[in-house]
Design a protein around this ligand. Structure first.
Ligand SMILES: *[C@@H]1O[C@H](CO)[C@@H](O)[C@H](O)[C@H]1NC(C)=O
Ligand SMILES: *[C@@H]1O[C@H](CO)[C@@H](O)[C@H](O)[C@H]1NC(C)=O
Ligand SMILES: *[C@@H]1O[C@H](CO)[C@@H](O)[C@H](O)[C@H]1NC(C)=O
Ligand SMILES: *[C@@H]1O[C@H](CO)[C@@H](O)[C@H](O)[C@H]1NC(C)=O
Ligand SMILES: *[C@@H]1O[C@H](CO)[C@@H](O)[C@H](O)[C@H]1NC(C)=O
Ligand SMILES: *[C@@H]1O[C@H](CO)[C@@H](O)[C@H](O)[C@H]1NC(C)=O
Ligand SMILES: *[C@@H]1O[C@H](CO)[C@@H](O)[C@H](O)[C@H]1NC(C)=O
Ligand SMILES: *[C@@H]1O[C@H](CO)[C@@H](O)[C@H](O)[C@H]1NC(C)=O
Ligand SMILES: *[C@@H]1O[C@H](CO)[C@@H](O)[C@H](O)[C@H]1NC(C)=O
Length: 517
């Protein structure tokens, strides 16, 4: 079920398939929350036979306008504790932004709950803009969306040597932003992190838990977490921020350059581990050393700019392969398969590539789903009607942070720069606070998008917080599980103990091996 966890991260999108309550026999009223048994399709994501509760809670549409009486319904899921005594609820945000809280919770509960110790109910919800909660869609229907996708190539800035790809990305960003603006102009500005945090506390206020927040945020969920810690420090009882993003940059840059700090080193480590595991890494036979393999991969990418080729019904070009890099380096469990795909591109094995393309997830091009920019772009402060400032950030920050992958966010930066909404409430404060209870930050040593550096950066502002270093690969601790990390998380939630500063946890299984389950 871990697939569901990966599906929530930065450029992936969990299905936002609408669900409807199908079981009306069981109803439990808890203050303002009406709980029912979750629909079957959510239970099917779980491999235990437990019953999950799904609830709804009415909250204000606009927290900044007391004269507005409009309300929206939040969709909530609750996974019951497995052990006594119960120690309250832990709230989860799985990232994105735009990840569907209900499917991600149902799909990962049986993995996550033991890690929390089992004494807590697990709660998640669909943040505004996702699921049925103020759904954010930029198209009338899937036909319109498919037609629009024809124009949205999402080119990476360096796909051409003359900069024309970036020009194209910026124009596409405008096309997309305008389309979303037109479709969502009635409610678009009510989507955003600050309102989502207020929603989260509304849910908590209805749970009979003295308003004390216990929280685990992953990836973008760490921005939500750090913002909550800053807005409501007195209400923080426990907070695990796993796969930490630099929140300063989330709000105040176009493309969050610090995110890519460890991208190149993670890529190099992937190639190194490949060379050390010739039996499970097909790519290893194409070079005598990791360094030479890296050079070969660089050359392969450059070559694809001018010499793309076709396989099946697809054009294998620089954009496609690079975007695939980005998705696959997240997920060490599929490193062998990733290497096999790269080998097929390297030797231009059209047969192998056609077969891979026909399979579910190979070359899954992350679509520019609408929920991510709905939150992320609306939260951001910098805007620009011209390409100049975006290009400056690419050249001054992103290319210097990651020589190999720094042009990755070209399109999202372009869309955000020209975004048609500003979240009605955007958090514009500092990330410094003395929380009621200190937070636990966790960073992976080789995380391609949420570097350890960002965990230290954010921890700096929160008094008493500690950084736990998870000495693994991929995005967030789940990517390469560690019973050591899990034990620290359980101790923190159950006993309120933090690891000593400087603690490092090793993953259970090495790369290119089957993970311990
Ligand atoms: C779930 O319930 C079914 C039928 O009641 C049973 O066969 C199965 O073993 C149960 N599975 C678990 C994980 O408890
Ligand atoms: C709305 O009402 C609340 C509670 O009465 C008050 O604290 C808040 O300042 C008001 N907000 C505005 C924008 O008037
Ligand atoms: C506040 O809500 C009222 C009633 O819906 C509306 O007329 C007014 O325009 C809103 N004010 C702002 C600033 O959105
Ligand atoms: C999709 O929406 C458009 C309006 O934007 C409409 O013209 C078209 O008929 C719709 N297509 C379908 C299949 O509903
Ligand atoms: C949204 O845009 C449409 C079309 O441009 C317009 O008809 C509608 O009045 C707008 N709604 C709001 C709330 O601005
Ligand atoms: C191409 O891939 C196919 C299927 O994986 C494999 O059987 C074949 O040996 C490969 N050919 C070359 C030239 O690598
Ligand atoms: C993109 O091009 C710039 C300028 O030519 C270069 O500095 C940078 O390393 C390249 N980045 C990528 C990811 O190709
Ligand atoms: C954290 O990151 C921000 C934005 O990049 C930077 O301005 C700030 O100096 C950093 N703080 C620390 C303590 O490193
Ligand atoms: C919490 O403390 C108890 C008592 O010291 C200990 O037995 C337990 O292992 C600790 N951790 C968890 C996750 O229960």
């Amino acid at each position: 079920m871990l697939r569901n966890l990966y599906a929530l991260t930065f450029f992936f999108f969990a299905s936002t398939k609408a669900w409807s309550s199908t079981n009306n026999q069981y109803v439990r009223q808890q203050n303002g929350i009406t709980w029912r048994v979750c629909p079957q399709e959510l239970h099917e994501l779980d491999n235990s036979n437990r019953t999950f509760e799904c609830g709804t809670l009415s909250v204000p549409l606009d927290y900044t306008n007391n004269s507005s009486s409009q309300r929206i319904n939040l969709e909530i899921i609750r996974v019951p504790a497995t052990k006594e005594p119960r120690k309250g609820s832990i709230f989860f945000n799985f990232g994105g932004p735009g990840g569907d809280g209900l499917t991600n919770m149902a799909g990962s509960a049986s993995n996550i709950q033991p890690i929390t110790g089992g004494y807590h109910d697990l709660i998640s919800w669909n943040p505004r803009g996702t699921g049925n909660t103020l759904s954010f869609s930029c198209y009338e229907n899937s036909t319109d969306r498919a037609l629009a996708d024809v124009a949205l190539h999402n080119p990476l800035a360096n796909a051409t040597a003359d900069g024309s790809a970036l020009g194209r990305a910026f124009a596409e960003g405008k096309l997309f932003a305008d389309q979303c603006k037109q479709m969502q102009n009635a409610t678009g500005e009510y989507v955003g992190t600050a309102f989502t945090i207020r929603d989260m506390f509304r849910i908590l206020d209805n749970l009979d838990e003295e308003g004390r927040l216990q929280y685990w945020g992953m990836s973008y969920g760490t921005v939500l977490g750090a913002t909550a810690l800053s807005m409501f420090p007195d209400r923080i009882y426990r907070a695990v921020l796993d796969g930490v993003q630099n929140s300063h940059e989330y709000y105040h840059t176009f493309g969050d350059p610090e995110m890519y700090t460890d991208f190149d080193v993670t890529w190099n480590e992937f190639l190194k581990a490949c060379m050390e595991n010739p039996d499970t890494c097909a790519l290893s036979r194409h070079a005598p050393s990791a360094g030479e393999l890296a050079a070969k991969m660089d050359h392969m990418l450059d070559d694809l700019k001018l010499n793309p080729f076709s396989a099946g019904h697809s054009i294998i070009d620089y954009n496609l392969v690079r975007r695939n890099f980005f998705a696959d380096i997240y997920n060490p469990v599929s490193y062998s398969r990733f290497a096999t795909t790269l080998e097929a591109v390297l030797v231009r094995n059209v047969t192998a590539l056609s077969a891979l393309l026909a399979e579910d997830h190979a070359f899954e091009v992350p679509t520019m789903a609408e929920t991510l920019p709905a939150v992320r772009c609306s939260d951001k402060f910098p805007r620009s009607e011209t390409l100049g400032p975006v290009n400056v950030e690419l050249e001054d920050r992103l290319y210097k942070t990651s020589a190999r992958f720094g042009d990755n966010p070209s399109f999202t930066m372009s869309a955000c720069a020209q975004w048609g909404f500003k979240a009605k409430e955007r958090y514009n404060g500092q990330f410094y606070a003395k929380t009621n209870f200190p937070a636990l930050f966790i960073g992976n040593t080789w995380d391609p998008v949420t570097p350890l550096k960002s965990a230290y950066n954010m921890s700096e502002g929160f008094e008493g917080s500690v950084v736990l270093q998870h000495n693994g690969h991929g995005h967030m601790t789940f990517a390469q599980p560690s019973s050591c990390t899990s034990k620290y998380i359980a101790d923190y939630f159950v006993n309120g103990t933090l690891p000593e500063p400087g603690t490092v946890c090793e993953p259970d299984a090495p790369l290119f091996r089957k993970p311990v389950t």
